[in-house]
Design a protein around this ligand. Structure first.
Ligand code: ZN
Length: 572
């Protein structure tokens, strides 16, 4: 996807040679077709405050929209932001939960997520789909003439469904043609964003091309907020990262910034904009922030340099080592560094300090003395590795830097284990792992699966078996090993038919729940599933099933086919 218009690209190139800073930043703007102020009305009434911003750094993704406060309440009316039609309705136990999409004539779609329920007309419409598909999880695309809405219509009521961790509305503006979330505040909505960003801390990274190849990241040291200071460094190459926050209305918030710049001796050396991204681009978050730091202590610092394998179109320049600062022995004068961050309204914050070469100092990079024998994983080439009992396929553009395939092959009581890189290396897409089952294993092979441990938690991978080999996809580095799931899912009854109400908590300690099905006298019954509480809930009505005595059954299946079934008699 190309978003850099040719003339804009050219103007950025020209501006790169100018010391004028503010002007350069304003030319990083790419989304220019954001239309007139007020086109999108606020989706909730009253003075709008937010708990999350567009492109805020989240685990493995950029936040795609605004998290709008609903006063800690469920059931706040949600209104259509502009005229349009309902283009998609999605109900899921995870992620966006109950979610509605409205397509508008201006080429953008608004998205409203974590809803509790929809307006009565839509509820009826959706109920038909549930019983037609016999599924709680639905994803439907109504025709443009089917569900037309006017600006300000109540379409739904706010909630806490899906991956939400507290009642709020997740609101997005997406470009309809590419589904790319775009900063809603570029559309000049009536949301106060009066405070500029702030630097919280800064880190100096030592850059060494060989170290990247062996270890995959740059070692760093904390340099606090070095404003106005001079720091002596050994001759070599360096890079910078910083924890930065933006705020809308109060300094208690934790919003993401939208534009970054670095100047070396007042010349632009790095620029990046965060205005829009596609679904395939959101995981580049792990290359924008320092992933090794994040894995070490959970800290999320913006990098002022670009990994070679970072294909985001957010940078005006594509050159190798973009943002890397070269400080050779011959550099006698201190070098002035200015880091800048801007919010969506171009409110600026900056940090200026000096790096001075001291030839007496030694580089802090610990060079490996042993020559690597592992093959090289090139960021832009498919990589295939196989051994007698383990194999891996790493597609191109999965690692952000070319590096040696640091790994270990071992075994446990079920068969082979394979460590893929170190947990401080991020992966952009799925890798395929194959492990050989041990030849003395007596467990039913259909109950075996591959799991990974990424330095803390274990997670079951979707696994397929071919003879004595298990194959799985994984998006994490760390150790892949074979495990067995020999236990059926657990069902805890919370409500078993009083006035037709049914509620259960369900779980599976091994591979996880694959499916569930509730029936009344053999006919499908809708039970809502909330993934975060592992809670099933629904109601059987006399209207649907008739008065009198009924039999309820619930069947829960895990991903290797272990089943648990419960049966209850109830009366309507
Ligand atoms: Zn959100």
């Amino acid at each position: 996807m190309k978003r850099l218009k040719p003339y804009l690209f050219l103007s950025i190139l020209i501006l790169n040679f100018l010391p004028t800073s503010k002007l350069a930043a304003q030319n990083i703007r790419l989304v220019s077709d954001s239309g007139i102020a007020g086109y999108f009305a606020n989706p909730v009434d009253g003075y709008v405050t937010c708990v999350g911003s567009f492109a805020e750094l989240r685990r493995n993704h950029f936040h795609g929209g605004l998290d709008v406060r609903t006063g800690g309440k469920i059931g706040v009316p949600i209104k259509a932001s502009a005229d349009g039609y309902v283009s998609r309705i999605n109900k899921s136990a995870y992620g966006y939960g109950n979610c509605i999409y409205i397509a508008h004539p201006n080429g953008y779609t608004t998205v409203y997520a974590h809803l509790d329920h929809f307006n009565p007309y839509l509820e009826n419409w959706i109920d038909r789909v549930h019983y037609l598909e016999e599924n709680f999880e639905i994803n439907v695309y109504p025709k443009p003439t089917e569900l037309i809405v006017k600006k300000g219509d109540i379409i739904a009521y706010s909630g806490n469904t899906g991956g939400s961790s507290g009642p709020h509305l997740h609101f997005e503006v997406r470009k309809t043609s590419t589904e790319a979330p775009t900063n809603p505040l570029l559309f000049k909505m009536d949301i106060t964003e009066k405070l500029g960003p702030k630097f919280l801390s800064c880190y100096l990274h030592t850059y060494d091309a060989d170290f990247i190849k062996t270890d995959g990241f740059l070692p760093y040291s904390y340099i606090g907020l070095p404003n106005g200071t001079t720091r002596e460094v050994a001759p070599g190459k360096y890079a910078l990262s910083a924890k930065i926050r933006d705020y809308f209305q109060s300094y208690g918030e934790n919003m993401g910034v939208n534009y970054l710049e670095m100047y070396v001796n007042d010349i632009v050396a790095f620029q990046m904009n965060i205005e829009q991204f596609t679904f395939n681009e959101t995981r580049y978050l792990n290359s924008i922030m320092d992933f090794a730091m994040y894995k070490k202590n959970g800290g999320m610092a913006y990098r002022f340099w670009k990994d070679e394998g970072n294909m985001l179109p957010w940078y005006p320049k594509k050159q190798k080592e973009y943002g890397i600062i070269d400080l050779p022995e011959s550099q006698v004068e201190p070098v002035k560094i200015t880091l800048k961050a801007y919010d969506v309204n171009m409110k600026e914050t900056k940090l200026t300090f000096f790096l001075k070469v001291n030839v007496e100092l030694k580089s802090s990079v610990l060079k490996r003395t042993d020559a690597p024998t592992d093959p090289m994983v090139k960021y832009d080439e498919d990589f295939y590795f196989n051994d007698a009992k383990a194999l891996v396929l790493i597609p191109k553009y999965t690692v952000y830097n070319s590096m040696y395939f640091n790994h270990d092959i071992g075994s446990n009581s079920y068969g082979a284990t394979l460590r893929v890189f170190d947990v401080s290396i991020p992966l952009h897409q799925y890798i395929n792992v194959g492990l050989l089952i041990g030849n003395t294993v007596e467990t039913d092979k259909n109950k075996l699966y591959i799991k990974y441990n990424n330095g803390g938690s274990n997670k079951a991978c979707e696994t397929v078996r071919n003879g004595n080999w298990l194959y799985a996809k994984g998006k994490e580095t760390g150790e892949y090993s074979i495990s067995a799931d020999l236990t059926a899912p657990y069902i805890k009854a919370l409500s078993t038919g009083y006035k037709g109400n049914f509620s259960f908590s369900i779980s599976d300690g091994g591979t996880g729940i694959k499916s569930y099905r509730a029936e009344v006298d053999g006919n499908w019954l809708l039970l809502d599933f909330d993934g975060k509480y592992a809670r099933l809930k629904g109601i059987a009505t006399a209207e649907r099933f008739g008065k009198g005595k009924h039999t309820f059954t619930l069947l829960v299946t895990d991903k290797v086919g272990n089943e648990n079934k419960v049966t209850y008699t109830f009366y309507l």
